[in-house]
Write a protein that binds this ligand. Structure first.
Ligand code: NAP
Length: 266
């Protein structure tokens, strides 16, 4: 059966690549899109391409008047939470690609999703290489009690830490809390110099021109260390296959689940 998709952020860098991927998929149909600046057009008109006939709406509630099975959010953190709650109330399952939502946001969304008996799959990074890094980091954390995360991005990235870093910190918290040999309150100097403590991990965000998106998960032991590094390229293509996998499987879930491996076989 064809799954009907509403894609918020369909005119953006990540969303337009996904829209093209959905168009090519025979089992998926893009029935509506959300973009404030392109409302009133078809997505094809908005992207300057033929063949994408989904109408574009200014917000999620207007778009969801058109029935959809799955709502996908690729917007911005200040818009995403309201979009997700609107979509759950409209009876959709939801895939969240947007970064910047907090653990508290997801706890609230989880309650609404469970009540609605709908799935929410939130994935900080759909790239296969990041899913593998998450798995390797979880393995490392079982043996090495000291770790920190550094995320690097271009200077105009609005959210910090990145969705990838937040999700990794959240996942490592299921293994344990990273050990701090000097507690933050005993530190000489500004506490900020040790980064933010997120889900039991110190996370540092570098935002500079010249960077795209990369992340180091550093595990330190006496006289040795392990650095797991991910580097993104400049196109949005690596995210498309993972996002399609999430869309195809989110209706098997109830409540919030984080990470693409929720729907992958390892
Ligand atoms: N999970 C992953 O693997 C992954 C991969 C890439 C990006 N991301 C995340 O996905 C999000 C989008 O990234 P992007 O680079 O595609 O951004 P972008 O190019 O700026 O696109 C944002 C899209 O959202 C729309 N939008 C709708 N409501 C909005 C609002 N209230 N505020 C801002 N935009 C709104 C924009 O259209 P209008 O401006 O016309 O409304 C546009 O279509 C970011 O959070 C990014 O970190 C995640």
């Amino acid at each position: 059966m064809t799954k009907r998709i509403c894609l918020a952020g369909a005119t953006g860098w990540a969303g337009s690549a996904l829209a093209r991927g959905i168009e090519k998929a025979e089992d998926l149909e893009l029935v509506s899109a959300v973009s404030r600046s392109q409302a009133g057009k078809t997505l094809g008109e908005a992207l300057g391409e033929s063949g994408m006939n989904a109408p574009v709406f200014a917000d999620a509630s207007a778009a969801l008047v058109q029935p959809a099975d799955i709502f996908f959010d690729y917007t911005k953190p200040d818009a995403a939470k309201a979009n997700i709650l609107t979509a759950l109330n409209a009876g959709c399952h939801v895939v969240v690609g947007t970064s910047g939502l907090s653990d508290e946001d997801y706890a609230q969304i989880d309650g609404v999703a469970k009540q609605a008996k709908r799935g929410v799959l939130a994935v900080g990074n759909f790239a296969l290489t990041v899913v593998l890094l998450q798995k390797f980091a979880e393995m490392a954390a079982k043996f090495i009690p000291h770790w920190e995360i550094i995320d690097y991005a271009h200077s105009d990235k609005i959210d910090a830490p990145s969705g990838t870093a937040r999700e990794l910190a959240n996942r490592l918290s299921t293994v344990g809390q990273s050990q701090l040999d000097v507690p933050l309150e005993k530190l000489h100097g500004p506490k900020e110099s040790r980064g933010a403590r997120l889900s039991g991990t110190q996370v540092h965000s570098v935002r500079l021109p010249g960077y795209v998106l990369s992340l180091d998960a550093i595990f330190g032991m006496h006289d040795q260390k392990l650095i797991l590094r991910h580097e993104a390229g400049s196109s949005a293509e690596p995210y498309v296959d993972g996002a399609l996998l999430a869309i195809r499987n989110v209706d098997r879930l109830v409540g919030v689940h984080r990470g693409l491996d929720t729907v992958m076989d390892f």
